[in-house]
Design a protein. Structure first.
Length: 119
């Protein structure tokens, strides 16, 4: 049995030797439910996502100005993401996740926690 623990920078599991390792997505989520957002209305996810994206940005960048430069967007757009007021488009989210692969597991664990709170 593998234990999965959510840590700010991602989820980590320990193997039988007790050494930590990055948890796989399948250890964090029940895959059949991922495609359907756990059976929850997609509108709920759209509301839930922007503040979590803002947390991810604030954890990895020092300022909205850095975000604007990294993604080549207007400073007003970067501030909207930084404050969690608006969602980024899919290509921006994917660029961030490709740069920080642990974010995929972090987002999955955060969403799982949201679903567990609602249950």
């Amino acid at each position: 049995m593998t234990n999965v623990v959510s840590i700010q920078s991602g989820s980590y599991a320990s193997n039988r030797s007790g050494k930590p390792r990055a948890a796989s997505m399948s250890e964090v989520l029940d895959w059949p439910n991922v495609l359907y957002l756990g059976g929850v209305d997609a509108a709920r996810y759209r509301v839930w996502f922007p503040p979590r994206f803002a947390l991810a940005l604030r954890d990895r960048f020092q300022s909205p100005e850095q975000v604007a430069a990294a993604f080549n967007v207007r400073i007003s757009t970067a501030w909207n993401w930084w404050n969690g007021d608006h969602r980024a488009s899919g290509d921006i989210v994917m660029r961030l996740v490709m740069s920080y692969p642990d974010l995929a597991i972090w987002f999955a664990a955060q969403w799982r926690a949201e679903l567990d709170r609602a249950a």
